[in-house]
Design a protein around this ligand. Structure first.
Ligand code: FAD
Ligand code: NAP
Length: 312
């Protein structure tokens, strides 16, 4: 039986592994379906991780994490976990894609989230080179420049307001004539001189060259409008990677909110004893590397206490 099973090897899972093993737990395995590092490995630039003063690629920044996090005995098994279930005695079973399974006294889940794409032409081609799903991460690269934001929910409007504090102008493109976001947020958008709202409008295509995006064509009620913005931010919803918590009968192992985020307390505890959720998948996650790492540490510290108090 594992002392702790960690599902996912992004910043949250790796940090949980470091803290759990350095804190004295002996049998700790991190199940990660690919190379450890998580979604930040797809980012060409990160400059907001404290203690790392140079701008570097996500791949370069994460390259040293697995070695450090494994130094105290964390094991990595490269496999996809299909499901976590609860045993009768309150321990957990980790169901792996090869049909085998493993028992664990407690489980820290950090399987992340996936921002949705809007589905316009060249969106994937220019992703990370002008097309972004993270204003906190990439907004600063467009300081005093014009940017386009796609979406009409709370995230799109709040991020448009945030970008208006950095950028010279923000075009907010929404496919309908009224917003899904909270009325107070909509009001703030319409009062913001730096935000121009394009309603009943859809992105058709981004265009650019080897350097990245140079503009975007938008279908508006008055025909095609071309916005020559080098930054295009998409906020059309998020898929939480919570599939490992789904049970054979379709229910979830622990409580989630209506967006599929796992409900946790400040120690990352779910409503099921010994089960933790960390990083981008948990309620109100700021979706930042530093926060995911912090969650991993908080969960592991609590999991050590749980192990000491309840094992035997
Ligand atoms: P993830 O990093 O998503 O890691 C989850 C891991 O779980 C993945 O490695 C995945 O393979 C694994 N996994 C999922 N399901 C399973 C399964 N069933 N079995 C086994 N393994 C599984 N943040 C910043 O702080 N600064 C930035 O500048 C920044 N820029 C970004 C740029 C881009 C393009 C993107 C996409 C994100 C950026 N972020 C940035 C956000 C940051 O990457 C995330 O907040 C952070 O990686 C979340 O960490 P996590 O450990 O919760 O999840
Ligand atoms: P969301 O509420 O699902 O909104 C997604 C938006 O993107 C919608 O306006 C939708 O248009 C649009 N959209 C979806 N697919 C699209 C596509 N392919 N092309 C163009 N537009 C597309 O997502 P969210 O804004 O990320 O919010 C998620 C949840 O978190 C919500 O419950 C939200 O209230 C909550 N949240 C709350 C706060 C807060 O309380 N401060 C902050 C952020 C998020 P339609 O409107 O036409 O469907």
């Amino acid at each position: 039986m594992l002392d702790v099973a960690i599902i996912g090897g992004g910043p949250a899972g790796l940090t949980a592994g470091l803290y759990a093993t350095r804190g004295g737990l002996k049998a700790v395995t991190m199940f990660e379906r690919g190379m450890p590092g998580g979604q930040i490995m797809n980012s060409s630039e990160i400059e907001n991780y404290p203690g790392v003063p140079t701008v570097m690629s996500g791949m370069d920044m994460m390259a040293v994490w697995p070695e450090q996090c494994s130094r105290f005995g964390l094991k990595h098994e490269m496999i996809t976990v299909e499901r976590i279930s609860l045993n009768n005695d309150g321990t957990f079973k980790i169901h792996k894609e090869d049909g085998t399974n493993e028992d664990a006294f407690s489980v820290i889940v950090g399987t992340g989230s996936t921002p949705r794409r809007a589905g316009f032409k060249n969106e994937d081609k220019f992703f990370g080179r002008g097309v972004s799903t993270c204003a906190t991460c990439d907004g600063f690269f467009y300081k005093n420049k014009e940017v386009t934001v796609i979406g009409g929910g709370d995230t799109a409007l709040e991020e448009a307001i945030y970008l208006s504090t950095i950028c010279s102008k923000v075009y907010l493109v929404h496919r309908r004539d009224n917003f899904r976001a909270a009325p107070s947020t909509v009001e703030r958008v319409f009062k913001n001189d730096k935000i121009e709202v394009l309603l009943n409008s859809r992105p058709d295509e981004v265009f650019g060259d080897d350097m990245g995006v140079s503009g975007i064509h938008i279908s508006t009620p008055n025909g095609i409008r071309t916005l020559n913005t080098t930054g295009v931010f998409i906020f059309v919803g998020n898929d939480i990677n919570n599939a490992v918590l789904k049970q054979a009968d379709g229910s979830f192992l622990c409580n989630l909110n209506e967006s599929g985020e796992v409900i946790v307390d400040l120690n990352m505890r779910t409503n099921i004893k010994g089960l933790y959720a960390t990083g981008d998948m948990r309620l109100d996650a700021p979706k930042q590397v530093v926060c995911a790492a912090g969650d991993g540490a908080a969960a592991a510290i609590d999991a050590i206490s749980y192990f000491m108090e309840h094992k035997n």
